[in-house]
Design a protein around this ligand. Structure first.
Ligand SMILES: [Zn+2]
Length: 316
């Protein structure tokens, strides 16, 4: 172990009081990255509990919290990027009819798996922390609805939700269940076995091009316009008022707890930048490195479910 060789680029720094009683150790995979100080998991968990016990915690969660529910993340070991999966971009979706058909065909199959996914111990522990009055706001980059299914309230879905469908022409919002019924009606024979490991956090699955032929896309019932899942695609901006809500949530917080995000994209990382600028300590629980490890007051490279369960027990 070595002291920090790099500094947080946003001007923040590790600042967490120790001295809390040690809580149960969790299985953890220690990294050997010499640029980051690693604390033993038990000590880091105690530091995390100490921070969370102060209350008024804002949570920022990413795909890593849902992998234990069977939804691979983009960058994990079996994640989409390891399989050379290219996520749909807003530009391709809106400009290219073929790309749109490809998306809906793959998403039609992916939805079978997404709609069956259940919340895991990590989601339930976050809900528990909220019910115990410690977590105040939850911002999620996930579109799977599993925080709410796990009992959490007041969740800001930064990138939208797969549960909803929006018409790009008239703005009408409908449910995905309703759309799924229509897609099934239009494609009664479209069935393909898909590998659950190839479903992506955006509800898309990997499927050979030749299998996409013949899939019928349906349009808005009201105006015949183009339907899009109410999620933020790559290359698309998050609505300004939603970003403002997230910033307000971090503004009010006394700490920011990042769960299961590598913080690779600015969309989530900006809230870590905001917290460090405000001098709010940041804690990160994620398997594997994150782009903001140098800004973290507490850093755990550990599985989310057991870690958060232990955290909820330690702070109850
Ligand atoms: Zn419409």
């Amino acid at each position: 172990m070595r002291p920090h060789a790099r500094r947080c680029p946003h001007g923040g720094g590790p600042a967490v009081a120790g001295g809390e009683p040690r809580v149960a150790a969790v299985a953890a995979r220690l990294r050997h990255d010499e640029s980051v100080t690693l604390t033993l998991p038990e000590a880091a968990l105690a530091d995390l509990a100490s921070l969370v016990r102060r209350g008024n915690v804002a949570v920022l969660s990413g795909a890593g919290i849902s992998t234990e529910s069977g939804i691979p993340d983009y960058r994990g070991p079996s994640g989409a990027f390891q399989r050379n999966h290219t996520p749909m971009t807003y530009q391709a979706f809106t400009r290219d009819q073929t790309a749109r058909r490809r998306y809906w065909a793959r998403s039609f199959l992916g939805w079978r798996m997404m709609s069956r996914a259940n919340p895991n111990d990590g989601h339930r522990a976050v809900a528990q922390l909220q019910q115990n009055g410690l977590v105040r706001g939850i911002i999620t980059q996930n579109v799977d609805g599993l925080h709410q299914a796990g009992g959490a309230a007041d969740v800001i879905e930064l990138h939208g939700s797969l549960d909803r469908v929006i018409c790009l022409d008239c703005g009408d919002l409908t449910t995905r269940i309703e759309l799924d019924d229509r897609l099934r009606g239009a494609n009664p024979d479209f069935r393909h076995d898909t590998d659950p490991d190839t479903v992506n956090p955006d509800g898309d699955v990997d499927l050979a091009e030749e299998l996409l032929d013949g899939f019928a896309v349906v349009d808005c019932v009201d105006c015949g316009g183009v339907l899009k899942p109410d999620v933020v695609f790559f290359g698309e901006s998050v609505p300004k008022d939603r970003v403002a809500d997230c910033h307000a949530s971090v503004d009010r917080a006394e700490s920011l707890l990042v769960l299961g995000s590598s913080l690779t994209v600015y969309s989530g990382r900006r809230f870590v930048m905001q917290a460090t600028k405000l001098g709010i300590p940041v804690a990160i629980v994620n398997q594997g490195p994150t782009r903001s490890d140098d800004c973290a007051a507490v850093r755990l490279d550990a599985p989310l479910g057991p870690t958060l369960t232990a955290l909820a027990a330690a702070t109850a």
